[in-house]
Design a protein around this ligand. Sequence first.
Ligand code: MN
Length: 358
Amino acid sequence: MGFEDFLYICSMISRIIDEKAIDRVRHLLSESEKVVITCHLTPDGDAIGSSLGLCHVLSAIGKDVVVVTPDLTPKTLLFLPGVKETVAYTRYEEYATKLLAEADLIFCLDFNESKRVDRMESALLASKAPKVMIDHHLHPGEFADVVISHPESSSTAMLVFRTLCRLELFDCIDKSAAECIYTGMMTDTGNFSYNSNDPELYVVIAELLKKGVDKDKLYQRACNTFSESSLRLNGYALSEKMELLAEHGCSLITLDASELERFHYERGDTEGLVNKPLAMPGVTWSVYLREDPTQIKVSMRSKGQFPVNAVCKDVFGGGGHLNAAGAEFKGTLAECVKTLKEAMANYDSYLPKIKTKQ
Ligand code: MN
């Protein structure tokens, strides 16, 4: 990989990240030895992919770097290179706290507010290390010293790639880093099926492929690997539990604790389920409610301009993106359903207008 390749990639992707932010990150990196990279609670492919991708590169330039996750990485992502060296706060609380406290630089990836690291928040905020946020969620909070926030970016992994290029570290992206970055880009766009019209995505993918990424294998591992019981659970949810609320353009799936138990539910088993009802032309938004031990997990997806982030925020105090959002509800599943159904009509104005024949 020579200087020409570096110039080529710089010329092919636009410099959306502010020069001052890049300068500050460059300076902070030059001053630091011990680096911690962290991401949001219940990490997804983008959170883990971005973190590990950055970790591989910083390790290649000689940093003492470790990824600290608020809780465990889902099983579907355990194939990613470097994932075994990550430290989950929920499992190694003391060690994770020590790493955060002793760090001289912390990267906060794929989250916009410190509360997104849940129980790890106080340890994160207590650390004196400067913090760099790289994220694509709306409304970045004020806890970080450098904020690289681009909600128009389809993934944080893409922003990490952009940041690395701007730091002139493109050459240090090896196959492992490329696999992690690609996985983040792929999972946050449903294998490039939504938020995926930016031509630059495909310039970056081409570069990652040149670094040895096997995209077909990564798709199979991260997006299309399910256990028998999880396939059956998803089939059951669609066949028996999907309620269509046609007048609101909405599909609602609920799974209670006994149903999850019956299908030996493990975390990640219903990943992607909420997207399935959007296949129906009459469904503009889809809701999936799952009864977890201490709360109801609310997931919403939508098509077009229907703002599920507004529904999640107004009704359940959650948030997210226009077409993908979530929340947690403290109460019973029945109460959650009732709350949701009572609010549904408020969003009918966002439904696409029905074209009537003249
Ligand atoms: Mn993301």
